[in-house]
Design a protein around this ligand. Structure first.
Ligand SMILES: Nc1nc2c(c(=O)[nH]1)N[C@H]1C(S)=C(S)[C@@H](COP(=O)(O)O)O[C@H]1N2
Ligand SMILES: [Mo]
Length: 524
């Protein structure tokens, strides 16, 4: 006969769980911090919450205390600060853990509150908006809350008669959360450190002076109309299109440009060697094939780079080379391909390293990209360029070709109305109608506008083109009749070919049709 005694674990009274709850809170807070570092590290444009909080503290702390910290901890002051922030966070986690089992709203309030404070700290930097900063802290708060809920459920106070299964389950769960917190924090930190090194590498780049530079934008190249797209688009405003899930951030010392395939002397150069080659400056308009009629996936910039022809001649292109393939770094896996003749026909194709006077922004291909006047980006403008390979035409299909886009893709002649805007409410006073028109490498000779549904096509005034490789601005005065009015535009390229009126979608090789907008004119 068996009788339970007072010392039998099966019937031992379960100790109060406030300590376990507190530990759950600490672990949940640790996971939240780890996850925030991981998200910030993986998406390099997001700030680390711990670092942001640290910078905030540094800014608001009174000077005497700052001096004291520097004196006491020397160059470790930032580390001490970071550790203190983590420590305080974990302490808050402990308190929340103890209090929130029966009142989970406390945990929700504190974690969300912490996420908001963290995001506010993150958004103080120039690179980040509050919305972006909320991403790592928001995900972190969710991870923290979920893990706290889970740990609570694993340590439901066991009732008399149940063995201490919950203790084992709790320890397992706690270990898992701790492990996850440690891994995400460590991995996130290393990503954050790497992206800092990479950013510092870009900041240190000193671009070469072009042996052949372009003149500053002449006054006549800019019509100076409000709401009209500027002739040179800033790096900030330049459209961005790529398949990169996370932005490739290339550590300069590790970067090489390989030139090979059907060439006599394949070679590899690093960034310094590329910079030593003669650089030229060119204005070139880039367009995305996905740009709809009237769309804004197009921009014009001043590029600095080595003429592609020089890159190729250094290798000696063989006669059997038919296609130039540009490969992006592995993490992106993107490729382009275009006829070798395009690289050889004298146009200003570049291996570009500078954009509007700066090293290429990370979004636009740092450290080097291809820029080929006259071809849509998807067949030419390889960002994060790693390799140029010469091959046969049928030997290789670049990234978008098997996905249904044309293998050859010259940019189609197009024009766009920028002002007034589609659907705008305007008055019947005289105003300027204005926009841009482009046919890169052929140039624009004429832009005509139809001011009202059945009006005559009338020639617009053009800005002075920066080159045949860039778009131009156009303008025409208009005194509209009251009511609903339709405006259309069409451009003629340097060869005398007018863009087609026939409507076509972007796939497979670029949209066509006239840009037409309707506006509502009120009588004055
Ligand atoms: N590595 C890489 N380069 C790329 C792409 C890409 O997905 N990956 N997209 C191309 C496309 S489709 C276009 S339109 C241009 C856009 O260049 P931008 O983002 O600098 O405007 O880049 C091209 N170069
Ligand atoms: Mo594109």
């Amino acid at each position: 006969m068996t009788t339970a005694t007072a010392s039998d674990p099966v019937v031992a009274p379960v100790p109060t769980t406030w300590l376990r709850d507190g530990i759950s809170g600490v672990l949940a807070a640790a996971l939240a911090l780890g996850v925030s570092e991981f998200v910030a590290g993986a998406v390099t444009s997001l700030p680390s919450i711990v670092e942001s909080l640290g910078n905030w503290v540094i800014d608001v702390v009174p000077k005497p205390l700052k001096d004291f910290a520097i004196e006491t901890f020397g160059t470790n002051d930032k580390l001490v600060l970071a550790i203190s922030i983590v420590f305080v966070t974990l302490l808050i986690g402990f308190g929340v853990g103890v209090l929130a089992r029966k009142r989970f709203w406390i945990a929700i309030a504190v974690f969300i509150g912490f996420a908001v404070v963290g995001a506010l700290a993150g958004a103080r930097g120039p690179e980040t908006s509050l919305g972006l900063a909320l991403i790592p802290s928001g995900i972190a708060a969710l991870a923290g809350l979920a893990s706290l809920q889970w740990l609570y459920s694993l340590s439901e106070p066991s009732t008399v008669g149940e063995p201490s299964v919950s203790r084992r389950a709790f320890l397992g769960g706690a270990g898992a959360v701790l492990g996850l917190a440690a891994i995400s924090a460590t991995f996130g930190r290393s990503l954050l450190e790497r992206s800092k090194v990479v950013a510092a590498g870009r900041a240190e780049v000193v671009l070469s002076v072009a042996v052949d530079s372009v003149a500053p934008v002449p006054a006549a190249a800019e019509l100076g109309i409000p709401d009209l797209t500027p002739v040179v688009v800033s790096n900030q405003d330049f459209y961005r299109i790529d398949t990169a899930f996370t932005l490739p951030r290339i550590n300069l010392p590790e970067w090489r440009l390989k030139v090979g395939g059907r060439v006599d002397r394949p070679y590899e150069i690093d960034f310094d060697e590329l910079l030593e080659m003669d650089m030229v400056e060119r204005y070139v308009t880039l367009s995305c094939v996905s740009n709809r009629v009237g769309g804004d996936l197009i921009g014009n910039a001043k590029w600095l780079g080595v003429p592609l022809i020089d890159i190729l001649n250094r290798a000696g292109v063989r006669d059997d080379a038919e296609q130039l393939v540009g490969r992006s770094v592995d993490s992106d896996g993107f490729t382009v391909g275009f006829p070798v003749e395009v690289a050889m026909d004298g146009r200003d194709a570049l291996v570009a390293v500078g954009m509007n006077g700066e090293p290429l922004p990370f979004e636009h291909g740092f450290p080097a990209r291809l820029v080929v006047p006259g071809l849509y980006g998807y067949v030419s403008a390889t960002k994060w360029l790693a390799e140029i390979e010469l091959t046969g035409w049928d030997e290789f299909d670049a990234y978008w070709v098997p996905r249904g886009w044309s293998k050859e893709a010259p940019i189609k002649t197009q024009s766009r109305i920028d002002t007034p805007m589609r659907g705008a409410d305007i008055t019947s006073e005289e105003r300027m109608v204005a926009g841009v028109a482009w046919a890169p490498h052929r140039g624009i000779s004429v832009v005509e506008v139809q001011l009202g549904q059945n009006a005559e096509w009338t020639q617009a005034e053009l800005s002075e083109p920066l080159s045949d490789d860039t778009w131009v601005q156009w303008q025409i005065p208009w005194t509209p009749e009251p009511g609903r009015q339709l405006l259309s535009v069409r451009a003629t390229d340097g060869n005398g070919d007018t863009q087609t009126e026939e409507l076509a979608p972007p796939a497979p090789n670029g949209a066509t049709g006239y840009h037409m907008i309707g506006v509502n004119v009120a009588a004055v």
